[in-house]
Design a protein around this ligand. Structure first.
Ligand code: SAM
Length: 293
């Protein structure tokens, strides 16, 4: 029986209709699930959104332990069926955006050395999930995710490139993002409206930036891209709510890092090292006036 027929039969058996609002587009091509599962090495893996268990099943063959976080509790019987022979899986029903990842890793992966993230992500929460993973301060072995093609283009962009945005800069801070392969709509049920790309983010061995305050650096990156039409200096003055006396300090700080062209420079031209350096200077020179951790 083909995978698609089997999936439709299972959904029917449990009276389930895939929910668009939860990004429920299931992989029906085992070649793709195998390929994604095999992309990262390590002993433990967290899967986000196991759905009907197609990718989970492949992950269970490779990793010592798989922890899968699924928001839709009604999938419980559908998930248990394909995974009934796997004794290395733990399923947690909950919202990945609300789960304390450090706590989960301490409880479920004590003694494990290399923890991976692997997911066919629900596209409606791609960016918040990636930012949460990065800001959780866990050094994963790798984050391998299938996402919408347009999001992949952004995640893998570098300073000065067309798709570079705040998330690209924050991903650059954490690691190297690479597009691995594209996946056509025909590999899903139901078929999504968009093309998909598998992206692997590998953390930097040696950090490329060490900001004094990550919180301030993230704020600065967000302000720089939020006010795209403003110059960086003006975007920071507005975003950080800088008072009259400190306005010139911001201009001087940006000049120190960006040089002569600093007057007109915009956020999209700065790499993560420059953002971190600007953030450190602001931290030292005007920290006491800005609400930062
Ligand atoms: N892994 C399966 C596959 O590849 O066929 C399903 C992937 S489907 C694109 C996304 C899955 O994420 C769905 O099962 C959905 O219910 C689940 N999901 C959606 N939002 C979630 C959230 N906030 N936390 C955890 N899981 C979520």
């Amino acid at each position: 029986m083909s995978n698609l027929i089997q999936i439709k039969k299972n959904l029917e058996k449990y009276n389930k209709i895939p929910k668009k609002s939860l990004g429920q587009n299931f992989l029906i091509n085992p070649e793709i699930t195998k390929k994604i599962a095999g992309l990262c090495l390590g002993d433990g893996v967290i899967e986000i959104g196991p759905g009907l268990g197609a990718l989970t099943f492949e992950l269970c063959k490779i990793y010592k332990k798989v922890v899968a976080v699924e928001i839709d509790k009604t999938f419980e019987p559908l998930l248990n069926e394909p995974l009934s022979d796997c004794n290395n899986i733990k399923i947690i029903f909950g919202d990945i955006l609300k789960i304390d990842l450090r706590d989960l890793i301490q409880k479920e992966f004590a003694g494990f050395e290399r923890i991976n993230i692997c997911a066919n992500l629900p596209y409606y929460i791609t960016t918040p999930v990636i930012l949460k993973l990065i800001k959780s301060c866990v050094k994963y072995n790798a984050i391998t995710v299938m996402i919408q093609k347009e999001a992949a283009d952004k995640f893998c962009s570098k300073a000065g490139e067309k798709n570079y945005n705040a998330t690209s800069a924050i991903i650059n801070y954490y690691g190297e993002a690479k597009k691995i392969f594209s996946v056509a709509k025909s590999n899903f049920y139901p078929q999504p409206n968009v093309l998909s790309t598998v992206v692997k983010i590998t953390p930097h061995e040696v950090p490329i930036a060490n900001p004094k305050s990550e919180d301030l650096m993230y704020k600065i990156i967000n302000f720089a891209f939020e006010h795209r039409r403003k110059t960086l200096v003006n975007a920071l003055i507005t975003g950080l709510n800088i008072n009259m006396t400190d306005k010139n300090k911001i201009a001087d700080i940006v000049k120190k890092i960006a040089g002569e062209k600093s007057e007109n420079i915009r956020g999209e031209e700065l790499d993560i090292k420059a953002f971190s350096d600007i953030s450190d200077l602001i931290y030292h020179e005007i920290k006491y006036k800005i609400n930062i951790k």
